[in-house]
Design a protein around this ligand. Structure first.
Ligand SMILES: Nc1ncnc2c1ncn2[C@@H]1O[C@H](COP(=O)(O)OP(=O)(O)OP(=O)(O)O)[C@@H](O)[C@H]1O
Ligand SMILES: [Mg+2]
Length: 592
């Protein structure tokens, strides 16, 4: 047996215990009361067993009047104390446990909010959800269960042992034969448990992920008849979870059986030894019954104590996972300069970007100057790196090479929060929240905005036209992710949000892609006035919307291959001219 492998007490595990204990520190008073309750619970049982011998020998055999009066009172007193103890320990542990769960969930959730964008690409989202819904619960339930078992069952075992010892030391010695096999069982069980627990956590994440994906893609599933594939995939992951849980059940069950067998042998030895000639004459039936009962009562406690390691292992592997996430480095934010309001003088200097887990570089040395208050349009074929370039501005990703300069200062020298305050963003995929129109426009730091300001922004974004038709105006809820709105409506809400933010840098990634020609025309007017006095980066596939830009940069395979105004680029007859002719031709044939 190699105790080191179990790793119940090594330095790393100690660190986890200490950190978990930190979560309970605020509730120590409740914890102490709960532990006292457990002591009353376990002690009460032992005390009752202690009454058996006088009950049999004095009460029934000798009809002792003193005992006849007191015995019922003692019984009620013992069980009343025990009852109160059970309540205090159960509720107290639940109180501490629930508070710890909430605190851990809070910490994991806030960790998610400060982790870099790259983290979210690297792990399935199901894993992230189940960390909050499943793994956090495991930590608390496992550790409160474990504590409760150790204290209550520990006291019960010690109490029973004391009862036996004080009744007949000779018979009690028999018990010692149980110690080595029980220890062996406990070790084997705990080793197996830790392994399985870790795999269950992983498989719970896969279950959550499979559900999320199928529910999120419910339209695709229906249209493309993916029901069978989704069902198979889901059954696959739940099958794995079931198998692992059954393994745990099997481990539990076989340890119970093994303990039972060991105990039966001890009991048989007890009876055999107790009935030896020379012994049997010294032992009254009260003594025998009391030792036997104490041992019988000790059994379930002993069984639970052997499984407690397993509980601790379950909590440990859960806590290990959670603490590892909490320790993941946050977004890089080493800047010290608080930027009040940028002028918007933006320069990319030989910027490179290679995404983590993607060998192919997305940006291969982009150099671009964006003067304050000008509009820079990025065009180029799909996958050429346009979105990647603008995603560097809010520092979703850090450049792998080169640097970005804002108002003459290296980007990294600004604090992240103040930098992001300078940027309004309408992305390629508009994301709205399950809230009202007004709260979606005045989101986050904009939350204090007045109703007039919100309406003005919505009007400027040409969104008021449809908002006014909603039952509760700007206070109408829009459903999860804005699913009660059309794509174009969602986009206009996002534009209103950007207008309300009134930031010096504006990023529009395909902001008008979901609009019809007429709405686009109206939005274009709104955007044109929004772009004034701001440094704007706009990505558009429809070239007609960017003809007026101060400069147009054509991207290809992570580089800027052409740069100039619309007229310059047309005259040059390169990629842009070719693209433009193609679209112009399309529009022409559409019209005619
Ligand atoms: N999160 C990511 N992780 C890894 N690789 C990515 C990620 N996002 C984009 N890429 C890769 O970077 C390259 C550039 O993608 P990007 O989204 O910048 O293109 P784009 O020019 O915006 O295209 P589109 O016009 O289709 O929006 C692509 O080859 C893509 O595979
Ligand atoms: Mg893009």
């Amino acid at each position: 047996m190699n105790a080191g492998k179990v790793a119940l007490w090594d330095a790393h595990t100690w660190g986890i215990y200490k950190r978990l204990l930190g979560y309970t520190r605020r509730y120590w008073a409740v914890g102490v009361i709960a532990i006292l309750g457990m002591a009353a619970d376990g002690g009460g049982l032992a005390a009752f067993t202690r009454l058996l011998r006088p009950m049999i020998d004095q009460l029934f055999a000798h009809k002792d009047p003193y005992l006849i009066f007191w015995m019922p009172i003692w019984i009620i007193a013992i069980f009343s104390v025990r009852g109160v103890g059970i309540f205090l320990s159960t509720y107290g542990m639940a109180y501490v446990g629930r508070n710890v769960v909430q605190a851990i969930q809070h910490d994991v959730f806030t960790t998610y909010l400060r982790l870099p964008a790259a983290f979210f690409g690297g792990e399935p989202s199901g894993q992230q959800v189940s960390r909050i819904t499943y793994t956090s619960e495991q930590v608390a339930s496992a550790s409160t269960d474990a504590l409760r078992t150790v204290v209550t069952e520990g006291i019960t075992v010690i109490g029973m042992f004391y009862v036996m010892l004080s009744t007949s030391a000779y018979l009690t010695l028999v018990l010692l034969v149980m110690v080595p096999p029980v220890a062996l069982i406990a070790t084997v069980v705990s080793r197996r448990y830790r392994q399985i627990s870790r795999r269950i956590q992983g498989s719970m994440g896969s279950v959550t992920g499979a559900v999320e994906e199928s529910v999120g893609a419910h339209r695709e599933v229906r249209v493309y008849g993916g029901q069978q594939r989704e069902t198979e995939r889901f059954d696959d992951v739940t099958h794995r979870t079931r198998r692992l849980n059954l393994k745990i059940a099997a481990t539990n069950a076989s340890s119970s059986t093994a303990i039972q067998t060991v105990a039966a042998c001890a009991l048989a030895a007890l009876v055999w030894l107790g009935t030896r000639p020379g012994v049997i004459d010294h032992i009254s039936s009260g003594v025998f019954v009391q030792v036997l009962t104490a041992m019988g009562a000790m059994l379930p406690s002993l069984k639970r104590l052997t499984n407690v390691q397993a509980n601790i292992q379950r909590g440990m592997s859960a806590a290990e996972d959670l603490f590892a996430i909490m320790d993941t480095p946050a977004e890089i934010d080493r800047g010290t300069i608080e930027l009040a309001r940028a002028r918007g003088d933006l320069r990319f200097e030989n910027v490179r970007l290679t995404y983590p887990r993607n060998d192919c570089a997305a940006l291969r040395g982009v150099t671009l100057d964006c003067a304050p208050g000008t509009v820079t349009a990025l065009v180029g074929r799909s996958g050429s790196g346009k979105s990647s370039l603008v995603s560097l501005l809010p520092r979703f990703y850090e450049p792998s090479g080169g640097r970005i300069v804002l108002d003459g200062e290296n980007y990294e020298n600004y604090t992240l929060a103040s930098l992001r305050r300078q940027i309004a963003w309408v992305g390629q995929n508009v994301v709205l929240f399950d809230d009202t129109v007004a709260n979606n426009i005045a989101y986050g730091e904009l939350a204090g905005a007045s109703e007039e300001a919100i309406v003005a922004a919505a009007t400027a974004a040409n969104a008021m036209e449809f908002i006014a038709r909603m039952p509760q105006g700007i206070h109408s809820p829009i459903g999860e992710a804005g699913n009660q709105l059309s794509g174009g409506q969602r986009q206009r809400i996002a534009i209103a949000r950007a207008i309300l933010k009134n930031a010096p840098i504006l990023v529009l990634d395909e902001a008008t892609s979901a609009l019809d020609t007429e709405s686009e025309h109206l939005i274009q007017q709104a955007l044109d006035s929004l772009m004034q006095h701001r440094t704007t980066l706009v990505i558009a596939h429809r070239l007609s919307t960017i003809e007026g830009a101060d400069q147009i940069a054509v991207m290809d395979a992570g580089r800027i291959v052409e740069r100039g105004t619309h007229a310059e680029l047309l005259a040059r007859g390169g990629q842009y001219a070719a693209l433009y002719r193609m679209q112009f031709h399309d529009a022409d044939t559409e019209g005619g």
